[in-house]
Design a protein around this ligand. Structure first.
Ligand code: G4P
Length: 527
């Protein structure tokens, strides 16, 4: 039996981010394979493939081959209990990624070695930078023709603004990929291209021993010698504290598909990361090792499984131990509640959790009371974790249901989806719910909305895109915004709490509004 401290100490909770197709799903599956969490990693999802990765569960994801939602997977490896938080790769879901990062203590960033830093990695990384969490880089697909490794490292440094430190170094790439050189142990892990081999051949690599040239090819051997000399002399020194502050990213090269370099990466990662970190409640840090349970909701999802038709709130446990059936205090609702229906999520399958510890993620049944960012804790020891900011929507759509007989389902569906935080709903002043304006951070959210309304609520919708790009809440209390002098393309709407907002087509419109209405107070976020 482990003590509470031992259980928490062995936890590692990280998010995995990448541009779509860089190999995030493949890497995740190989991780799980080491932990024995799944029998067979399965063929990695392909766009037309019928087999799908375990972390993908929504139809739309399967159809498009992108990850739309984030899911949570737990597995054991060595003596660690590891929680992987999968994130949607597409930038349109960067808000979801941000929330997931709020629940993680570190991030793994997967980069395609042939492509380098891609547009969406840049965006997601920016989100990561907002959290200052340690970032570990896996440069994938070295079995394919890759960019020069120095160039890749420089690109990461220049584009993402984080220093890098190579933990291993690739020897060739593509057809001539021979393996990697482990800098610390000075060993060569030899790539033999065997798909799924668990252990790579390890060669003690004395770089002065020219017989290594026979194994690696003369040219690659000489290049490796030069590279290692250069790296030892010129590259950023390894500094664990800088890694933990999120200022230096350790970089490993490998090939997830052929399972090469995955296990060493996982081991490096585990050795460099820490157990669950304390979180702020106001000015105080909540100690994860405290006996008292606490956690916060970072994600809400309805209808994850059609057979269940329920709503789950994903909770990151921040301190103490969770036990099934325990009574907790929901801070924002100011109410005690019993957590009977708690689940651990393994993609489609859910297992009831009996107990969980700081660092773990549990899914709890949500009867419609939770909002993103809410705290649950023990009534005898109340804390309140800092909230999770919402991103301002940048895309807007007018939406109404095709069949007016379906009004009830339409309202229920759109409200529930909005509560999950993927979209925001606005109304014409004094307008009803028959026609609404929906705002989202990325346009793909609209496809998801349409798909889900149809599939989960049986409602077909008619949509009209609107050209607004900016949103501002009116902070002035009790005013009729129609009294303001606004440009003709500025639209007045209300949110579901009745607060007035303005939608602008461009930044110029915002300037106009503030310049022509001295007392008008606008804010980017709702209060
Ligand atoms: P993602 O979750 O980041 O979107 O990427 P995913 O793991 O689904 O991988 C995207 C594609 O890249 C997959 O191909 C996968 O097999 C391939 N891949 C992943 N890791 C490696 C690697 O180390 N080497 C090579 N050569 N390929 C890798 P796919 O979807 O089956 O087919 P396609 O998209 O290439 O048509």
């Amino acid at each position: 039996m482990r003590t509470l401290r031992e259980e928490i100490e062995r936890r590692r909770t990280f998010a995995i981010i990448s541009h779509p197709d860089a190999g995030k799903t493949t890497l995740t599956e190989k991780f799980l394979l080491y932990g024995g969490a799944i029998q067979l990693a399965g063929t990695v999802k392909g766009k037309k493939n019928t087999k799908h990765a375990v972390s993908d569960w929504m139809e739309i994801e399967k159809q498009r081959g992108i990850s739309v939602t984030s899911s949570v997977l737990q597995f054991e490896y060595r003596d660690f209990c590891i929680n992987i938080l999968d994130t949607p790769g597409h930038q349109d879901f960067s808000e979801d990624t941000y929330r997931t990062l709020m629940a993680a203590d570190s991030a793994v960033m997967v980069i395609d070695g042939s492509k380098g830093v891609e547009e969406q990695t840049r965006k997601l990384f920016k989100v990561c930078g907002m959290r200052h969490i340690p970032v570990f880089t896996f440069i994938n697909k070295m079995d394919r023709e890759a960019k020069d490794p120095y160039e890749l490292m420089e690109e990461i440094e220049a584009e993402l603004g984080i220093k890098t430190c190579a933990i291993n170094w690739p020897i060739g790439s593509g057809k001539r990929f021979k393996g990697v050189y482990e800098r610390e142990t000075q060993k060569v892990l030899r790539f033999q291209g065997v798909n799924g081999t668990r252990e790579a051949e390890v060669i003690e690599a004395d770089l002065n021993d020219t017989s290594l040239a026979d194994v690696l090819e003369e040219e690659l051997y000489l290049k490796l010698k030069d590279d290692v000399e250069l790296l030892d002399g010129a590259s950023e020194p390894f500094d664990l504290e800088a890694v933990r502050r999120g200022e230096l990213s350790p970089v490993c090269f490998g090939s997830a598909l052929t399972n090469f370099g995955v296990e060493p990466f996982l081991n490096h990662f585990l050795d460099m990361t820490t157990s669950p970190l304390p979180r702020y409640s106001g000015d105080d840090l909540v100690d994860p090792f405290s006996e008292d349970f606490s956690g916060f909701v970072f994600k809400i999802q309805a209808n994850m499984n059609k057979a269940h038709r329920d709503r789950m709130a994903f909770v990151r446990i921040c301190s103490g131990k969770f036990e099934k059936g325990m009574e907790v205090f929901h801070v924002q609702g100011n109410k005690k509640m019993k957590l009977n229906q708690s689940k651990q999520l393994m993609a489609q399958d859910r297992e009831t959790v009996e107990e969980a510890y700081a660092g773990d993620i549990i899914g709890i049944f949500d009867p419609g009371v939770f909002s993103i960012g809410d705290t649950i804790c023990l009534a005898k020891h109340k804390v309140q974790f800092d909230g999770i900011p919402t991103f301002a929507p940048e895309h807007f759509l007018r939406v109404r249901q095709k069949d007016s007989m379906k009004r009830k389902q339409f309202v229920k569906g759109i409200m529930q989806i909005a509560q999950e935080g993927a979209i925001q709903i606005f109304q014409e002043p004094q307008g009803g719910m028959d026609e609404v304006i929906v705002g989202a951070v990325g346009v793909l959210q609209f496809d998801v909305l349409e798909y889900r309304l149809k599939n989960e609520y049986g409602v077909d919708i008619l949509t009209t895109p609107l050209s607004y790009q900016f949103i501002r809440w009116i902070d002035n209390e009790g005013v009729d915004p129609h009294q303001y002098n606004l440009s003709s393309d500025t639209k007045i709407v209300q949110d579901l709490k009745g607060r007035y907002l303005l939608l602008f087509s461009n930044a110029w419109g915002i300037n106009w509004a503030t310049q022509h209405n001295a007392d008008l107070q606008l804010s980017e976020f709702s209060r």
